[in-house]
Design a protein around this ligand. Structure first.
Ligand code: PXP
Length: 240
C-alpha cells in the first residue's frame, strides 16, 4: 500500500501568525494519524518560520507512525536530526543557490557536501531522501551520494495541471519515477498535490509515498482536519 505523509507545517504557520500556542501542530499530528496518515512530515527551517525546535522534540516522543524531517543539509540540522532520530530526513534546498532551475535540490552541483550529509544521517540510522526535480542527471547524482530515496518535486506538474496541459510534466515524472526505481532508489513525490491533481500521479506505481501539506490544511479549514486527511488517505490507499 502506498503511504501518505501529512505535512503539518502550515498548522504551525497559523500559530506563528499570532505567536501563541494555537493551533498546536502536535495535536494536528495525532488527528492526522487517527485518520489514516502513515507518517508526519515537518520542515524545521533555518529561520524557524513555522515549526519550532520544541515541536519536533515533542513530536519525536508522541508520533506513533513515522516522522519525516525536511531539512537543509546544514551542520545545525544534521545535529538536531542525529539527536532526535526521525525515521527519515528529506534534504531540501532553502537557498537559491542550492536550487535547480525548477526548484529541487541541485544534487549534481553539491555532490561532495551532500555525500557527507547523507553519511552523517546514515550514522544516526536515518533513511535519507533527496527532494529533486524529475531530472535523470539529478536522480543519478542522488544515487551516487548514497541516498536511499528521492522525493520528486511535483510543483511544476501541479502548476501545469491548473492550465489543463500537464501531459509533458507528467511524462517527466513518469520517466523519472521509473528510472529511479530501476537504479535502486525508493521514489516519493510531493509539493502542490491535492485531491484532483494527485489522480494521474497515482497511476505511477513506482511512487511509494506522497508528502502533502498545504491542500490538506487548506481543506481542513472547511471540512475539518480529520476529514481532510481521511479523504486524501482513502485516495492514496485505495489506488491500485
Ligand atoms: N515535500 C517537500 C520536500 C516540501 O518541501 C513540501 C513543502 O513543504 C511538501 C512536500 C509539501 O508541499 P505542499 O505543502 O505543497 O503539499
Amino acid at each position: 500500500m502506498r503511504r501518505l505523509g501529512v505535512n503539518i507545517d502550515h498548522v504551525a504557520t497559523l500559530r506563528q501568525a499570532r505567536g501563541g500556542a494555537a493551533p498546536d501542530p502536535v495535536t494536528a499530528a495525532g488527528i492526522a494519524e487517527h485518520n489514516g496518515a502513515d507518517g508526519i512530515t515537518v520542515h524545521l527551517r533555518e529561520d524557524r518560520r513555522h515549526i519550532q525546535d520544541r515541536d519536533l522534540e515533542i513530536l519525536s516522543k508522541v508520533v506513533q507512525s513515522r516522522i519525516n524531517m525536511e531539512m537543509a543539509a546544514t551542520g545545525e540540522m544534521i545535529g538536531i536530526a542525529s539527536r532526535l532520530r526521525p525515521y527519515s530526513a528529506t534534504l531540501v534546498p532553502e537557498k537559491r543557490k542550492e536550487l535547480t532551475t525548477e526548484g529541487g535540490l541541485d544534487v549534481l552541483g553539491h555532490r561532495e557536501a551532500l555525500h557527507a550529509a547523507v553519511s552523517r544521517l546514515h550514522d544516526a540510522g536515518i533513511l535519507v531522501s533527496l527532494f529533486i526535480d524529475p531530472d535523470l542527471a539529478q536522480l543519478r547524482a542522488a544515487r551516487q551520494v548514497g541516498a536511499e530515496a528521492v522525493e520528486i518535486h511535483t510543483g511544476t506538474y501541479c502548476e501545469a495541471f491548473r492550465s489543463g496541459k500537464y501531459e509533458e510534466e507528467l511524462g517527466k515524472i513518469r520517466i523519472a519515477a521509473s528510472h529511479g526505481k530501476n537504479i535502486g532508489l525508493k521514489v516519493f513525490a510531493g509539493h502542490g498535490l491535492d485531491v484532483r491533481n494527485i489522480v494521474p500521479i497515482l497511476s505511477l506505481r513506482e511512487v511509494e509515498e506522497f508528502n502533502i501539506g498545504h491542500s490538506i490544511i487548506a481543506r481542513a479549514v472547511f471540512i475539518g482536519l480529520g476529514a481532510a486527511v481521511r479523504e486524501m488517505a482513502d485516495l492514496i490507499h485505495g489506488a491500485p
